[in-house]
Design a protein around this ligand. Structure first.
Ligand SMILES: [Zn+2]
Length: 265
């Protein structure tokens, strides 16, 4: 089984002490390639540097998460544009709206989102999107860019049936994380994931966040890492009524095409 983790926050401090071991465990688990999420002005260049240090294995996104929208200045916009020019940066984002936590004021979130959509429109790079509790504004802003954007993935999908079908109707891709394994918050996803066509479905850990609650044994430090992706794929396959090898093969093919990755070594 060969997997691609499309969302791993590998620049996170919690990986500083053992990042190479984490990558080795991922490889041993069949997670051949990973897209390192760039989610802030500080961490997007770090994501690129990490990808450059591991050519063909790690790729990066460059963006500013809605939590950090307040830091989105002209200078920041220029930095993201420079990052997006690198071949290792395979998507613009993580960007979007998060009205659940509201860590940045909503007008700042909308502005940072629009600016990053403009970068995606100008570069033609795919979009790595985040949406939480902001569905209507999210759709409205995306709609304003109709016809100007390349492919888009709504990463870490946790939403409703209406949201899922609205995204699929717009031909967007869906990223599924270990949220699926959360019996308190993710139970509704168990049925919904059956409706995602294989060529629109990708998988991600969102490490070090979202440790799958069904993992056994649980790591003592509760840190999620890419090596746990096969567990998520096994649960996803069961919910979709598929063989895990089939889910692995189709999600890997979809991610390779979506991010326009070079053929695997
Ligand atoms: Zn996110």
């Amino acid at each position: 089984m060969t997997l691609i983790d499309i969302g791993a926050n590998l620049t996170h401090d919690s990986f500083d002490r053992d990042r190479d071991a984490v990558l080795e465990r991922a490889r041993a688990a069949g997670v051949a390639r990973m897209v390192v999420t760039g989610a802030s002005r500080e961490h997007s260049p770090k994501a690129l540097a990490l990808a450059q240090a591991h050519p063909g294995v790690l790729f990066a996104t460059a963006g500013v998460h809605p939590h950090h929208a307040a830091e989105y200045t002209e200078e920041c916009d220029a930095e993201l544009r420079a990052l997006a020019a690198h071949p290792e940066v395979v998507a613009v984002g993580e960007c979007g709206l998060d009205y659940f936590r509201d860590f940045s004021p909503r007008p700042a979130q909308r502005r940072a989102f629009e600016r990053q959509l403009q970068i995606a429109a100008d570069t033609g790079k795919p979009l790595f999107l985040h949406q939480r509790d902001a569905h209507a504004d999210f759709l409205a802003i995306m709609r304003a860019f109709d016809g100007r954007l390349g492919p888009a993935v709504v990463h870490c999908f946790t939403g409703t049936r209406e949201e899922l079908f609205a995204y699929l109707d717009r031909d967007w891709h869906i990223g599924i994380t270990g949220w699926l394994c959360d019996e308190r918050r993710g139970a509704h996803l168990r049925e919904l994931v059956r409706h995602i066509p294989a060529d629109r479905l990708m998988v991600e850990t969102d490490a070090p966040y979202l440790l799958p609650r069904t993992l056994s044994p649980m790591p003592k430090d509760r840190r999620n890492e890419p090596a746990f992706l096969p567990h998520i794929v096994a649960e996803l396959a069961r919910d979709r009524g598929e063989d895990p090898a089939a889910t692995a093969a189709t999600t890997t093919a979809t991610a390779t095409a979506f991010f326009r990755l070079p053929p695997a070594a």
